[in-house]
Design a protein. Structure first.
Length: 489
């Protein structure tokens, strides 16, 4: 009967050990109020967010450039290395959940100062040899879940890093497509400028000839020359933009700066369909939102790790081996040595050291939560901006095409009247001065419309990122969300 209270106390202690606990709040996705539909959603949207959308442009050259970029872009290589680095940190963190086993070997020989009675002992051992070999083990019992919470935080960091890598893929594909489309738009502008320059050159030659025969005045020649120089001044500017765009695109696809092969003209490229989706799907589609959520998971886990510092740390250590002055007897029974011990260490007065860490972790969780909510709102705005830009650019291009057609008709009629002597050359000059920038603007708007489709798919995210990832050939083996081992107790 006297032993029963002690047995009950031991049984209760063992029950606590077996059950264990994990301090801190378990993560739950915060409630996010999402609109039912995007503000500028269209009725002709198609479920295409999980397709390789850039192939809808119908340009094999663009497809090849994106494939090359996915295979050779340096930013992807850097992001992949970051994921592998974070995964290695996770391995280190998880290792603390298990006993740490090691070994030790030692040997030495020593001669000490002999005492006076040593002369009376013919076999007095001096110098002496010492040999030892032992296995050691140590284990911190994660009774309060500190190590598990830290491992959860590190796992979330790994997953956030993986989503950051996927975000690089998303931005890379969009950047390559956008740069190529802008390049083709500049090519179209250069073609318009060269064609216009040739037309103006013919006018200058004609007026110079007419001036020699007294049919036109010197002012008409000067007007024709001013037109020519106006068009000529645009060409170096466009050529400079083309060269810079080519160099930027070359770097994106992993090449040294140089020429970029062209495919279809800007007029022949097809406009991709508008992808369908609802705002709530962005939470699972966009890598930046998934990354932000994993950062919130990590901050949430740090609270538990900090609160566990209020409680004692329980550690077990042990060693088993042999120690002998004779190497040949090192592993004999008489040379065997062993030890084991346990320790419980906990705080009493820390003068705010622990409470400060808890407050820091809680504030970090609040900041991560607000950042997650802000990222969601920004994502909604990105999609709405891309949708309205796509719609309005369609309308702008349609109006610009009509404007160019009207100005061409105006220019044709003005030239006919001038040649028939019914109007002055200033009317022709006015028509041509309006037509030239309108044609340049049409090429620019067409390129912007195609680029708006790129931005729309970028803002929507989707399964196409996974398909693009498959083309990289260097996808890291990121751990799944269940990578942590089951509870030890």
């Amino acid at each position: 009967m006297r032993r029963r209270p002690a047995l009950l106390l031991v049984s209760a202690w063992l029950a606590v050990l077996v059950s264990g606990c994990t301090l801190g709040p378990d993560y739950q996705r915060p409630e996010v109020v999402t609109p039912k539909a995007f503000l500028y959603a269209t009725t002709d949207a198609v479920a295409s967010t999980d397709t390789v959308w850039w192939r809808q442009f119908g340009d094999p050259v663009l497809d090849g450039l994106i494939d090359e970029a996915l295979a050779h872009n340096s930013n992807i290589a850097i992001a992949t290395a970051n994921v592998e680095q974070a995964a290695a940190v996770l391995t280190q963190s998880r290792s603390q959940l298990f006993p740490q086993v090691g070994y030790g070997l030692g040997a030495g020989r020593e001669r000490a100062r002999e005492p006076a009675f040593a002369a009376q002992l013919p076999n007095y051992p001096n110098p002496t040899s010492a040999y030892q070999a032992a296995l050691s083990a140590s284990w911190e019992i994660d009774l309060w879940g500190r190590i598990r919470r830290q491992s959860q935080a590190v796992l979330a960091d790994v997953l956030a890093t993986e989503e950051a890598r996927r975000g690089v893929l998303l931005s890379l594909v969009a950047s390559v497509a956008d740069s190529y489309l802008q390049l083709r738009g500049l090519d179209a502008q250069l073609a318009v400028a060269l064609q216009t320059l040739e037309t103006y050159r013919e006018s200058v030659d004609l007026f110079k000839l007419q001036f020699e025969y007294g049919q036109v005045s010197q002012m008409n020649v000067a007007q024709a020359e001013s037109q020519y120089e106006t068009a000529a001044a645009q060409i170096p500017l466009i050529e400079s933009q083309i060269a810079q765009n080519q160099n930027a695109l070359s770097v994106l696809i992993g090449r040294d700066p140089g020429l970029i092969t062209r495919g279809k003209s800007i007029d022949d490229l097809a406009l991709p369909t508008v992808p369908a989706g609802v705002p709530s799907q962005l939470l699972e589609r966009r890598p930046d939102l998934l990354q932000s959520e994993q950062q919130l998971v990590a901050a949430n886990a740090q609270i538990g790790a900090a609160k566990a510092l209020y409680f004692p740390t329980i550690s077990l250590t042990g060693a088993f081996g042999g120690a002998s002055g004779d190497l040949s007897k090192l592993f004999q029974g008489s040379s065997r040595v062993w030890s084991y011990a346990g320790s419980v260490v906990g705080p009493i007065f820390t003068f705010g050291a622990v409470s400060g860490q808890v407050a820091q972790a809680e504030a970090g969780q609040v900041a991560a939560l607000e950042n997650y909510k802000l990222s969601i709102r920004n994502a909604f705005a990105d999609v709405d901006n891309a949708l309205v830009a796509n719609q309005k650019l369609r309308e702008q291009l349609a109006a610009q095409i009509k404007l160019v057609a009207a100005l061409r008709q105006y220019n044709r009629l003005a030239r006919l009247q001038f040649e028939g002597g019914y109007t002055s050359y200033s009317t022709v000059l006015q028509a041509e001065q309006a037509l030239f920038p309108a044609e340049l603007n049409e090429a620019s708007v067409r390129a912007s419309l195609l680029a708006s489709a790129v931005n729309l798919y970028k803002s929507m995210g989707g399964g196409w990122v996974t398909q693009a990832d498959a083309l990289t050939g260097s996808t890291p083996a990121a751990p799944p969300a269940s990578a942590l081992p089951p509870p030890l107790f």
